[in-house]
Design a protein around this ligand. Structure first.
Ligand code: SIN
Length: 286
């Protein structure tokens, strides 16, 4: 099968066709997929069933995978697999049920933020033949490109603080209870880090806005109120429709996103009894 790359919007997202993840992919095919990924920031592979081993084999071709140590939501026997799900067994969630509640990229509160992540849909909630629980992805690179020159100059050299605590407090405030995975992270990991507000992508050199609704608390060297205003302005800008791809899930989809050039947010439009089950791998480095 020949690899075909079908862009989903002008700014972000491409479906990669002609790929069956349950089979070994040649180096030449992988190179085409890799290029599509760094060009479109989010890739979608669908139509062929595959399992955790295939998921791990494919995503680890991009680099070393994170192995979970202390977490309730590790896939059976595979520390590379993190479970995202609203399913309960014996009255306990089997996965993180509130992942993606706010616009965010993964792990900005770490000194070395996470690299790309790949989410595999095993069960998708449906209503009247329509999939629920879409995930939206926004291009922080296209959003940066669209800024005025004076705004680009203003942002040059600024540093922002990202905090896991803010994510936890927001979840509690908005009526949810942060799940045990968030609390485990807070207990076992670094919880706050400072990064440039504009990150240069290590693979393609594009400048990306690195500020999110979910995690960014303040901009260094700026009065708190002004810092909050700028964060709000930038986070609203990033999620303008022209920078967003909305993924409507089908079982067996794999969606991989770049945590430098994108942010994402899940949609919680399904009922507790409608099962949603996803497995995720995450790369250690961008
Ligand atoms: C995530 O934020 O990793 C999960 C997104 C989703 O479940 O749609």
């Amino acid at each position: 099968m020949a690899v075909e790359v079908v862009p989903q919007t002008q700014a972000i997202g491409a479906e990669v066709r002609g790929v069956d993840l349950s089979k070994e992919i040649s180096q030449e095919e992988f190179e085409q997929i890799r290029q599509a990924f760094y060009r479109h920031s989010v890739i979608v592979v669908r139509d062929h069933a595959f399992d955790d081993e295939d998921h791990i084999r494919f995503s680890s071709r991009f680099g070393e995978l994170k192995r979970l140590k202390f977490n309730d939501f590790i896939g059976k026997g595979r520390p590379e697999i993190f479970i995202v799900s609203n399913v309960k067994e014996n009255d306990k969630y089997i996965g993180s049920h509130d992942a993606g509640m706010f616009w965010h990229s993964d792990g900005p509160f770490l000194k070395h933020p996470h690299g790309p992540a790949a989410l595999h849909a095993l069960e998708v909630p449906m209503h009247d033949g329509r999939a629920l629980g879409d995930t939206r992805f926004a291009s922080t690179a296209a959003a940066y490109d669209a800024l005025s020159d004076s705004m680009k100059q203003q942002l040059d050299g600024l540093l922002a603080v990202h905090s896991l605590k803010q994510r936890y407090e927001k979840a509690v405030k908005e009526g949810g209870v942060a799940d045990s995975s968030t609390m485990n992270q807070a207990a076992t990991q670094e919880t706050e880090a400072v990064h440039p507000l504009v990150r240069v992508h290590p693979h393609n050199g594009r400048k990306c806005l690195y500020v999110s609704e979910g995690y960014t608390t303040r901009i260094l060297g700026m009065p708190l109120e002004q810092s909050r205003e700028l964060i709000d302005e930038l986070t609203a800008h990033i999620i303008k429709p022209q920078f967003v791809y909305t993924h409507s899930w089908r079982a067996h989809d794999l969606v991989m996103w770049d945590n430098c050039s994108t942010q994402h947010k899940a949609t919680f439009d399904y009922e507790p009894q409608q099962r949603r089950l996803m497995h995720r791998t995450t790369l250690l480095n961008s």
